[in-house]
Write a protein that binds this ligand. Structure first.
Ligand code: HEM
Length: 532
């Protein structure tokens, strides 16, 4: 630097030095800004405790997202620091049961957080739309798709995919491959059940929604087609594409839109992690375009979308971009939560052999021989013990247990705390489901607590099960696919228990999870003995 007449002479400095100084100044300001905001505290958040650096930066959340264990970290900090904890500079996490109603319930003025805007970009799907009006319009368009009658009409398709699953598992139980293309090994009678649950969930959703079953169960691998916006088509692996893309979006999702775009699309745009997110959209685009070009002879769920100019229910038929966006959420929500629930439930059944035996006995006593092992949901839905097994698995290892982020739009009362407008708030279902003050032996898997005649749960606990087991969330943004999920899970779990005896190869074997948006099981090594 040169000094002249007591001041800087910038035009004598090399341009690189000026650029570097500007970058350095911007970085210093960037790091000082959160400290300034913390001190000025415009939203009144300083009174709430925060773990390590969480009050100043999103890095605390990002660190735990990266390791896929944020659900455990959030649970821990609530136990250590209390019912209201600051997870980010402008993010409060609540843990009380009341907070769930205040944040997510009907009538709450909150909207979905910027986290969802980041994921949705310019073309949000129904799950990502944060604007209430936009969401209402999308939900209206899709309500008909998920009407109970429509879901019931898909039952034969689900049963057909379950038949393929049972055949595939029979091969695995004998140590055989499904086909030459089968990529999943059996070693000493042990195989990983998780990818088979995932291949089932992909085959089922692609069948019922677009009439284009991926065929993963037939081939024993997850190769499928993806189509870019300019029409080029390539083969990709569905499972790793989705999981890599989802993990990346969640890792960066809590950043402001500016930083999210800079990190995801500019600085990391070349990485496989960013590209996988884009490729997953390309998978949905290929399904949507193929389905539009070749409609099936029998109606599927897609048939109920107002997609064509002739669509009678809607004055504004969906554009191709909208169809691709909604196809994306169906392929996403319709596969990952289902595979997660199936894997968790099968783990609990294999780890609790007497309960597995009890469920099998009840199913055998309630079903005609012709419905063994694959029975219609119309019969299965009236078997309370099957439902108890599913609901207890939802309680203890809820598939989507993270605190779903919402944004206050005005000063809002949450569990007795007045929270200013513009604050991100969340409450974690994983922790709610394990509260000892709501559920007796909360960290144990006890399906009987759902059966009134068993006497295991008190009246108070049974009411808590109704009010506070919320795997599908609650309020206006609750899951729209719940009926389809229960149908798929019921038919699939009943068939697997009737067709095989399940055993964990190691005593006391745990099921590890890696949380992205859903809390995904990592692997489930298992043995199956065929009973058919
Ligand atoms: C066991 C299975 C499932 C579980 C546990 C589950 C759970 C959830 C949860 C907790 C939400 C709220 C997410 C948020 O607020 O960000 C949600 C939303 C949603 N789910 Fe599911 N889901 C399941 C299956 C399905 C299926 C099979 C579909 C459709 C094929 C589906 C479609 C959706 C959609 C479209 C939304 C967004 C709803 C909206 O914003 O209005 N889900 N689900």
């Amino acid at each position: 630097m040169m000094l002249q007449q007591g001041g800087f002479v910038w035009n004598h400095l090399p341009p690189q030095t000026i650029a570097l100084s500007a970058v350095a100044a911007a970085l210093i300001l960037r790091f000082l800004y959160p400290i300034l905001v913390y001190i000025l505290d415009p939203k009144g958040l300083r009174k709430y405790p925060a773990p390590s650096v969480a009050a100043f930066t999103q890095l605390w959340q990002m660190y735990h997202n990266w390791h896929g264990q944020k659900f455990l970290a959030v649970d821990r900090v609530h136990k250590e620091l209390g019912p209201v904890v600051r997870l980010g500079p402008s993010h409060l996490s609540f843990s009380s049961p009341q907070a769930f109603k205040d944040i997510y319930g009907h009538g709450a003025s909150l909207r979905k957080d910027t986290f969802y805007d980041n994921q949705g970009g310019d073309n949000p799907n129904m799950a990502e739309a944060s604007d209430k009006e936009v969401h209402r319009g999308k939900r209206r368009n899709l309500a008909h798709v998920f009407a109970p009658g429509q879901i019931t009409s898909m039952e034969p398709r689900v049963m057909e995919v379950v038949r393929k699953l049972i055949h595939a598992l029979e091969q695995k139980s004998k140590g055989l491959k499904m086909a030459e293309t089968d990529r999943f090994e059996v070693t000493n009678g042990v195989f990983d059940l998780r990818p088979w649950m995932n291949m089932f969930s992909y085959d089922a959703i692609t069948n019922v929604f677009w009439s284009q079953t991926y065929g993963f169960l037939d081939r024993g691998n997850d190769d499928c087609l993806a189509e870019t916006a300019d029409g080029s088509i390539k083969t990709v692996n569905a499972m790793s594409t989705f999981h890599t893309g989802a993990g990346h979006s969640v890792l960066l999702g809590h950043l402001s839109p500016f930083w999210y775009n800079l990190m995801r699309n500019v600085l990391l745009g070349w990485t496989r992690r960013t590209q996988c997110g884009n490729t997953f959209t390309d998978m949905a685009r290929h399904l949507a375009k193929t389905r539009l070009n070749s409609p099936p002879s029998e109606p599927d769920l897609f048939s109920n979308l107002p997609t064509l100019p002739t669509a009678k229910r809607c004055a504004h038929p969906m554009s191709l971009d909208e169809i691709v966006a909604e196809s994306g959420v169906m392929l996403n929500a319709g596969n990952d939560t289902t595979q997660t629930s199936l894997t968790n439930t099968m783990y609990f059944l294999a780890a609790n052999r007497s309960t597995q035996q009890k469920l099998r006995g009840i199913l055998q006593s309630r079903l005609d021989q012709k419905h063994i092992p694959i029975a219609p949901y119309e019969i299965l839905r009236h078997i309370p013990y099957l439902r108890a097994v599913l609901d207890e698995s939802f309680r203890l290892q809820t598939p989507l247990g993270t605190g779903l982020p919402r944004l206050t739009t005005e000063t809002t009362l949450i569990d007795g705390e007045l929270v200013a407008a513009g604050v991100t708030v969340s409450a974690q279902t994983w922790s709610l489901h394990r509260r000892e003050d709501l559920f007796y032996r909360a960290d144990q898997w006890v399906p009987d607590r759902w059966i009134p005649e068993s006497g295991v749960a008190s009246d108070e606990e049974r009411q808590n099960l109704k009010d506070y087991v919320l795997p599908f969330s609650l309020g206006p943004r609750a899951c729209i696919g719940r009926n389809l999920a229960y149908m798929e899970l019921s038919i699939c779990i009943a068939a697997m228990v009737l067709a095989f005896e399940w055993e964990l190869p190691e005593k006391g074997q745990a099921l590890r999870h890696h949380e992205r948006f859903n809390c995904n099981p990592v692997e489930l090594p298992i043995r199956a003995k065929c009973l058919l």
